[in-house]
Ligand binder design. Structure first.
Ligand code: SF4
Ligand code: SF4
Length: 367
């Protein structure tokens, strides 16, 4: 079977792999029956998607993806992730992933969810998982090494080591932090950029799918419809338009159905038409002192989720999505009033955000 669709292909940094700008996030495959998963993946390939991203800890996603792609070799790129941090346990895990994916070689193996500096140091240290990845590369079991994180600032540090060929990071119209430092640094070092979470407001230490109320762009908020579009097609088109216009290689929405895949492909086709892309999606002017969600101000002695609060506040002020921001804030257990102005956080914030003053405003605005 050969993919027949003509989704735009982009070079994935120094890997020189040509990947479809719409990729396939396979984290939801465990919720589908094996045959459904196979036909979804194969349909996506037929439509022109050739980049498939999974992870060892996504239930049976690797097995299902392996089965779906076992007879498709032409131009396909498989990326998986390894959650072990140490050399000791990771070697066995790579072999298991190869077996599950029914392949002799993994195109890209990514260190999974490296969200803080301590974890990064451990993973790239002499006893860390990176050593196993490098050995596996020498043995021809993997082609390239990548790294995933919810925090662009951590990926900037990872790129500086020179060890990584690709990074995986959240980026979307309401989670723009990666555009500031990470994308320029990745471009300069010719590191491929893969984008996750294209359709949900993302805060690093919050599981998007577990947080209540919904962080998804598809939640039925009138404000969201006014901002992104009345129907799902407009929302997908506007959300993807913002990301596609950046220096990135591929976007991996987590697909659950053929309709979702087709919606994304249709949007990509429309966006590839020659009219100026700037006119197809809303821009928001970022203020200098907005929260980058770098997490450096944490932990707060009062257990406040400072980045989440500030990001909801930014959603309220910069994006004018006031009632949605209020709802998101209501889902936090510890509220801004608990702040005792100790100042711990502010001395650690590299962007000099007056955190405790903002928290006072937050406690007045949100309730
Ligand atoms: S100033 Fe407030 S938010 Fe900052 S560390 Fe102290 S209690 Fe936490
Ligand atoms: S308040 Fe400052 S240190 Fe804390 S997450 Fe935001 S940008 Fe980073």
């Amino acid at each position: 079977m050969v993919g027949v669709g003509c989704v735009e292909k982009r070079k994935l940094g120094r890997t020189n792999l040509n990947v479809s700008v719409i990729g396939f996030g396979a984290m939801w495959l465990p919720g589908l029956k094996t045959e459904e998963a196979a036909s979804l993946v194969q349909h996506a390939y037929e439509l022109g998607i050739n980049y498939f991203d999974t992870a060892r800890n996504y239930g049976d996603s690797e097995e299902k993806l392996g089965l779906a792609l076992q007879n498709i070799k032409d131009g396909r790129v498989i990326a998986t992730k390894i959650g072990s941090r140490t050399k000791k346990e990771s070697s066995k895990h790579i072999k298991e992933s190869l077996q599950k994916l029914k392949t002799d070689k993994i195109d890209i193996l990514q260190l999974h969810g490296i969200d803080d500096e301590t974890t990064l140091k451990k993973a790239i240290g002499t006893d860390g998982v990176l050593q196993t990845c490098k050995k596996a590369k020498k043995e021809g079991l993997i082609d390239f090494i990548g790294i995933s994180s919810h925090r662009p600032n951590i990926l900037v540090k990872a790129i500086a080591t020179g060890e990584f060929d690709a990074v995986l990071v959240p980026l979307n119209i309401m989670t723009p932090q990666a555009t500031e430092e990470l994308l320029p640094v990745a471009k300069k070092q010719d590191v491929g950029v893969v984008i996750m979470k294209p359709f949900a407001f993302k805060v690093a230490n919050m599981m998007t799918w577990r947080y209540k109320p919904s962080l998804s762009f598809f939640s039925e908020e009138p404000e969201l419809r006014a901002f992104l579009g009345e129907d799902n097609h407009s929302k997908v088109r506007n959300a993807l338009g913002f990301i596609i216009s950046q220096d990135i290689s591929t976007i991996i929405p987590g697909f659950k159905s053929v309709q979702e895949v087709e919606l994304a492909i249709k949007a990509e086709e429309e966006l590839s038409k020659p009219e100026p892309r700037e006119k197809t999606f809303p821009f928001v002017e970022l203020e200098e002192k907005y929260c980058r969600d770098c997490g450096l101000c944490l932990p707060c002695p009062q257990k406040l989720n400072i980045p989440a609060m500030l990001r909801f506040y930014d959603l309220y002020r910069m994006y004018k999505l006031k009632s949605w921001a209020q709802k998101l804030y209501s889902g936090l257990n510890v509220k801004a009033e608990i702040c005792d102005s100790c100042g711990d956080c502010e001395s650690k914030c590299p962007y000099e955000i007056p955190i405790h003053i903002k928290l006072k405003e937050i406690s007045e605005i949100f309730h």
